[in-house]
Design a protein around this ligand. Structure first.
Ligand code: ADP
Ligand code: MG
Length: 314
């Protein structure tokens, strides 16, 4: 495809969306002047609590919702001024299961391919349906498909024109674990082959494993956007859990300053900030109290912690 070389997969500048609902005041500000950039080839996660504005952003990009102000470019193409080129560069899997009940998956795929002007010789209906585990359902009415199958059909439909940027809005909601893994394997393969993937998901573990970069959005604002590892590193939180050589009834005096908590008689759990407290100081304090350490485990923060930290208190 003749795309603009080296332009980012997605560029959002000063994007604002205000929903005006008849007879309802005040207006709903769903996106407040957001900036966002996604590199080509990225596997990008867009996370945020319900109502944060994730679907609004994706729907603006898909041309389903009109923006109030600001600019959006896909692979260098402005979604307004170069609408056709921008549209053909993206595939969108919407959050809503909006399928026509009286079409079969094969018909859905062929119709979509027609819409995008994909010539018959270049259609990959069977290949995509097979990858989505829908080959044996290719010719049944969509209304007989389960929720998980419909979700996978929407993913298949979004890939018909081989888009360079694939948006997935909560693609695994309602999809069982095995098929979720199958879906990710396929999306991952697409990403490895160069497709940029931008997804929202409620499953933070999924985002942590898959995404190289994560943006957190809250109340229509981007509150964080960085490589997954550095987002987690910034949390500056760790936990160490020590098993002592004997039972005690209270936290020893010089461990109180570390806010240690005692459980199971001899298990001490301590949350600390690596930037302020060195692990050696904790271990020395334990030794000074005359204990031997039988076992020790440490825990790193995960995305769930990052998410809570960045979206709480507002
Ligand atoms: P998310 O996908 O992050 O859960 P949405 O983008 O769906 O969030 O919604 C963002 C905010 O905009 C929410 O407060 C939601 O109620 C509101 N909203 C979404 N769509 C509409 C609409 N068509 N009319 C009015 N308000 C809407
Ligand atoms: Mg949503």
């Amino acid at each position: 495809m003749n795309d603009v070389p080296l332009a980012p997969a997605l560029e959002v500048r000063g994007l604002t969306k205000i929903y005006k609902v008849k007879g309802r005041r005040p207006d709903k500000v769903a996106l407040q002047n957001i900036d966002l950039e996604v590199k080509r080839g990225s596997f990008f996660g867009l996370l945020g609590p319900n109502g944060a504005g994730k679907s609004t952003l994706i729907n603006i990009i898909a041309g389903l919702v009109n923006k109030t102000s600001g600019q959006v470019k896909i692979c260098g193409y402005d979604i307004e001024k170069e609408m056709r080129a921008a549209r053909s560069a993206v595939g969108v899997v919407p959050q809503e299961l909006n399928l026509d009940a009286f079409f079969t998956p094969r018909e859905v795929m062929e119709f979509q391919a027609g819409l995008y002007g994909v010539p018959k010789s270049r259609r990959r209906t069977d290949e995509i349906l097979t990858a989505m585990g829908l080959d044996d359902k290719a010719d049944v009415y969509a209304r007989t498909l389960s929720g998980g199958m419909r979700r996978r059909l929407l993913v298949a439909k979004a890939m018909v024109h081989n888009p360079q940027v694939l948006f997935l809005d909560e693609p695994t909601a309602g999809v069982d674990i095995e098929l979720r893994q199958q879906l990710w394997a396929y999306v991952k393969a697409l990403n490895d082959a160069g497709t940029t993937v931008i997804l929202t998901t409620h499953y933070l573990e999924e985002a942590e494993q898959l995404c190289d970069t994560i943006a957190i959005i809250n109340h229509g604002e981007v509150v964080a956007c960085e490589p997954t590892a550095s987002l987690l590193g910034k949390l500056d939180m760790k936990n160490v859990c020590l098993i002592l050589d004997r039972d005690i009834t209270a936290v020893p005096e010089n461990l109180k300053k570390f806010n240690a908590t005692l459980s199971h008689g001899r298990r001490l759990s301590i949350n600390y900030r690596p930037s302020e407290t060195q692990m050696a100081r904790i271990l020395n304090a334990v030794a000074e109290e005359g204990f031997d350490i039988i076992d020790l485990t440490t825990e790193e923060p995960d995305l769930e912690d990052a998410f809570l930290k960045m979206t709480s208190g507002r």
